[in-house]
Design a protein around this ligand. Structure first.
Ligand SMILES: [Zn+2]
Length: 241
């Protein structure tokens, strides 16, 4: 019977590993989703930057057109000067030319600022485009790595399940039934190793008499506190509990 209990403890160790693998297999795809979401967010930043640059360039083109129109008006006004007869009209025309020149100067200033903005946005965009290509490579590598990890875990899971089946075949049916029952009742760990009259499932002391009986390995005993199947263990074999 002692051997039976040891096998049951082994069964639980395998079940713990199976649970971990299942959890990993569920969580790994979420990592991929998170990485993809981060990449998409960065892509959006690059698009925003490109839109900013586009806006500045449109502004510069519109300044150019306004400036050309201003220059044309000045040219026309200067041509008209020759046909003006009166001094008063001449002065008025000069004043008008001066006003257009002043307006053109303002447009030129605006255009210079705009060109500075373009230069900055251009540099930022170039930097971000470089980064996005690096990030894309990085993303592909990471996804490949995670997918490999999932396949490795799936292989391990299949192998552990096989080992579990083999093990179950060696354990007394009643023992396995009780074990499954406790797990179904919500206890992931159905087996608790016991040493020094302490249940390592709940860390509570168990009565001396039960502890003594436990060491005989002649029947299934549940911890009075946590209701797990108790298995007496020597100190050195407690590590895996
Ligand atoms: Zn207990």
């Amino acid at each position: 019977m002692e051997k039976q209990f040891q096998l049951l403890a082994e069964l639980q160790d395998i079940d713990i590993k199976i649970d971990q693998l299942r959890e990993n297999i569920t969580k790994e795809p979420l990592k991929i989703e998170k990485l993809q979401a981060e990449f998409t967010a960065f892509e959006k930043k690059v698009k925003d930057e490109a839109a900013k640059l586009d806006k500045f360039e449109k502004e510069r083109r519109s300044c150019e057109i306004e400036l050309q129109e201003g220059e044309a008006r000045i040219g026309k006004s200067k041509e008209n000067l020759m046909n003006i007869k009166s001094n008063k009209e001449y002065k008025a025309a000069l004043k008008e030319i001066a006003a257009i020149e002043k307006a053109n100067k303002k447009i030129e200033d605006r255009m210079l600022l705009c060109m500075e903005d373009i230069e900055k946005a251009d540099a930022v965009l170039a930097e971000k485009k470089k980064e996005i290509s690096e990030r894309e490579d990085d993303l592909k590598t990471q996804i490949t790595e995670i997918e490999k990890e999932i396949r490795r875990d799936e292989q391990k899971l299949a192998s552990r399940k096989k080992t579990r089946n083999q093990l179950v075949g060696k354990i007394d049916e009643e023992l396995v039934r009780r074990y499954d029952q406790i797990q179904k009742n919500g206890r992931t760990l159905a087996v608790a190793r016991v040493n020094n009259a302490v249940c390592h499932g709940c860390n509570m002391n168990i009565p001396a008499q039960i502890y003594n009986e436990l060491q005989k390995f002649d029947s299934i005993k549940l911890c009075p506190n946590c209701r797990r199947i108790m298995i007496y263990c020597k100190e050195e074999s407690l590590k895996t509990s």
